[in-house]
Design a protein around this ligand. Sequence first.
Ligand code: ZN
Length: 284
Amino acid sequence: MKTLHLWSACLLLTACAGAPPTPRAAPGVKLYAIHCGRVELGDSGFMADDGSMKGVPAETVVPCYLIRHPKGDLLWDSGLSESIADLPDGMRPQGQPVHFEVKKKLTASLGELGLAPADVEFVSFSHLHFDHAGNANLFAGSTWLVDAEERDAAFSEQAVQRGEVPHYSALEHAKTVRIEGDAPYDVFGDGAVTIHQAPGHTPGHTVLLVKTAKSGAVLLTGDLWPLPQSRERQLVPVYNFNREQTLESMKRVEALARDSNARVIREHVPEDFAALPAFPAPLE
Ligand SMILES: [Zn+2]
């Protein structure tokens, strides 16, 4: 989720239905849902290019997810920059009907699990907008799993001109795995945690499928459906990279959810976040 006119504010800071168990789930996979901020929108009109959300306020959550697997840890999406937590009233960009807030730093949450960013082996993002990669620079020592097209766009001339690079600039020289083609990327080699193509929001937007032993499969869908209304009504944000790709990705991810009997988590939707175990308890 973003609006183009929010970049300047971002830069200032960042310089700125219960699924049954699945046979391929790896015992010991744990999914932690970490609160990494909230965004209050006075007007969510930019979230739907059919104009249907014009003037409608929205309350959104900004999550981070830590997946702990016997073979290592994966951070999926890193939330808003934790530097916002140092601002007493969060951030209210002048003239914009929006309020960003971070109540607890990601590093503090990881610390509760006895982890520092340097301990996290793998990092990946649904996409690189500032509310997903806001703390990316803390993970320059991790292996970055990234869609090839997202990686190419990340450090392009256009990204530099739009001022998008600073909040993930440290990843430029990180150990990187470029995910090429349409096939799912199997993070740990046992089918328990897989990254799937879902482009359209950005050139290389992806979603994550996590298979847990007791709670079944969970699908973390990035910004495919940013608002509670987005999925049912197939709303496409006005700032998406490609409208047709977005609609095609919605179909593909719906099929993936059906085939894997996965619980769909719309990452910015508070009720989906609240339905997961409250940190530091994991879904397992
Ligand atoms: Zn977002």
